[in-house]
Design a protein around this ligand. Structure first.
Ligand SMILES: [Zn+2]
Length: 162
């Protein structure tokens, strides 16, 4: 078992949280073969120390057109979520940046326009079996993954509903 620390949410990752988390897990009787406190072959064990790895894979996905650049601002996304909620719809990203030509997106990115990298989820339904919950899930618009442009942020992968 590998213990990896999710510390990319800067607002919620203060010094001492990691020690407290490790103490709590040990109190619960959990033990791990590798982690930030014991080392091992599959480090680094803090997500913030793995950003180079994630960036490399995100760029590969972009070059393979399996991901795309999203130029929506946080404020735009928030307004979109509020509008959906007010209309009793699920607050799912509209995917409006999905149709931006990749070359045009790269030009805008190179010009310094802030952007996030979003996984290009297939339009057809995705089916999978969740062994933890013993459920079969499906849906493509209900799954999102995003690599925001902020320094400390990684993929968000959120199955929205089953
Ligand atoms: Zn967008």
């Amino acid at each position: 078992m590998v213990l990896r620390i999710e510390d990319t949410d800067v607002d919620r990752s203060e010094a001492g949280f990691e020690d407290q988390l490790i103490d709590d897990l040990k109190w619960l009787g959990l033990d791990w073969d590798e982690g930030p406190d014991v080392g091992g072959a599959y480090g680094p064990y803090r997500q913030s120390d793995r950003l180079t790895i994630y960036r490399e894979h995100a760029e590969r996905l972009l070059s393979e057109h399996k991901a795309y650049l999203c130029f929506c601002s946080e404020e735009e996304l928030q307004r979109e979520r509020e509008r959906a909620t007010a209309e009793h719809r699920q607050p799912i990203y509209s995917g409006k940046c999905r149709i931006i030509d990749p070359e045009e997106g790269q030009r805008r990115r190179n010009a310094g326009e802030p952007c996030a990298i979003r996984l290009r989820i297939p339009e057809h339904p995705i089916r999978f079996h969740d062994i933890a919950l013993a459920l079969t899930g499906s849906g493509s618009r209900n799954v999102m993954a995003r690599l925001p442009s902020r320094t400390f942020a990684i993929w968000e992968f959120c199955p929205k509903h089953w």
